[in-house]
Design a protein around this ligand. Structure first.
Ligand code: HEC
Length: 279
């Protein structure tokens, strides 16, 4: 899988260089891997699909304060061509190394009473604005949600510059070292759920996880051991309020995204895991 992703990265690196302007430009392609089966969806094929839909996003984590309109296809429709085990988790991977696992029940949901995931497709003719004040846009593929509030979709569940999806084993089978013990207090269990949604896309726990965009949160020292409780809360709420670091890649988690009680559960989980280090 990594070699495949590497190929995708190479295609994109090339298409960004001016040399390619004279040669052929490889078309952006979204890859879906399931065991040894691989499905590829090129941008032009996706834009021709009959299930392509216009979706308006009023609160877009990549474009705060703007109403965005996307052309998008339902994620469940892309997975319809392949069968997956009921306990398998789905991993998405982005061009910059951001990666996360997400439960099937969330990403493949088609029930309109809950949030529904779509892949938004940036057309070659009309590009989206840069995600930061400058630089690349969220495209060519961006995971967006219809009614994100219905399933409390976290901002980390809106990966931009999406490279593809891979079907994996269960989270427990893949990353046993991130789990609290079965008898752990319920706050710790809730904190663990919050960690997998909000932090695990960038941080490992006990060196375990799909992405190492940020440092491990538990080994060799837990962040609960070297940050004072107040500093840790400030950093999670708004990293720039703790230290000046314009190039920081850590997201802010204001209380609108991570309510106070959830932050306390999350910190309870981090503190609990400091007693369950795996070397
Ligand atoms: C989008 C990626 C991303 C997400 C999501 C993210 N972080 Fe971070 N985090 C980083 C990066 C990168 C750093 C390194 C410093 C920086 O770039 O700001 C960092 C630094 C930290 C640090 C400081 C560690 C140190 O030793 O300096 C802590 C603590 C932390 N993150 C906790 C969290 C928690 C808790 C969550 C979930 C609520 C979270 N992070 C979500 C990317 C992320």
């Amino acid at each position: 899988m990594y070699s495949l992703l590497l190929k995708i990265v190479v295609i994109f690196v090339f298409s960004a260089t001016p040399i390619m302007a004279v040669g052929e430009i490889a078309e952006p392609t979204l890859i879906l891997e399931n065991g040894d089966k691989k499905l590829s969806f090129s941008r032009s094929d996706l834009l021709k699909r009959s299930d392509l839909k216009k979706i308006e996003v009023k609160e877009d984590p990549s474009y705060p304060g703007r109403v965005m309109i996307y052309q998008a296809v339902p994620v469940a429709a892309l997975f319809a061509q392949t069968s997956i085990a009921p306990d398998a988790v789905i991993e998405f991977k982005c061009l910059d190394g951001f990666a996360a696992t997400i439960s099937q029940s969330r990403i493949l949901n088609t029930d309109p009473k809950r949030s529904v995931a779509y892949v938004a497709i940036e057309s070659a003719a009309e590009s989206w604005p840069p995600v930061k004040s400058e630089g690349p846009s969220a495209g060519p593929f961006y995971l967006i949600w219809l009614h994100p509030e219905l399933s409390s979709i976290a901002q980390e569940e809106w990966p931009f510059q999406l490279a593809g999806f891979a079907v994996k084993g269960s989270l427990q089978a893949m990353y046993p070292a991130i789990f609290p013990a079965q008898g752990a207090p319920s706050g710790v269990q809730r904190g663990f759920q919050s960690f997998t949604r909000n932090c695990f896309p960038c941080h490992t726990m006990n060196k375990s996880g799909p992405s190492d965009v940020g440092p491990d949160l538990n080994v060799p020292k837990s962040v609960t051991e070297y940050f004072t409780p107040g500093a840790l809360r400030t950093l999670i709420r708004s990293p720039q309020d703790l230290r000046y670091f314009p190039r920081s890649r850590m997201s802010a988690f204001p209380s609108s995204i991570l309510p106070d009680a959830e932050l306390e559960d999350l910190i309870a989980y981090l503190g609990y895991m400091s007693k369950r280090k795996r070397p």
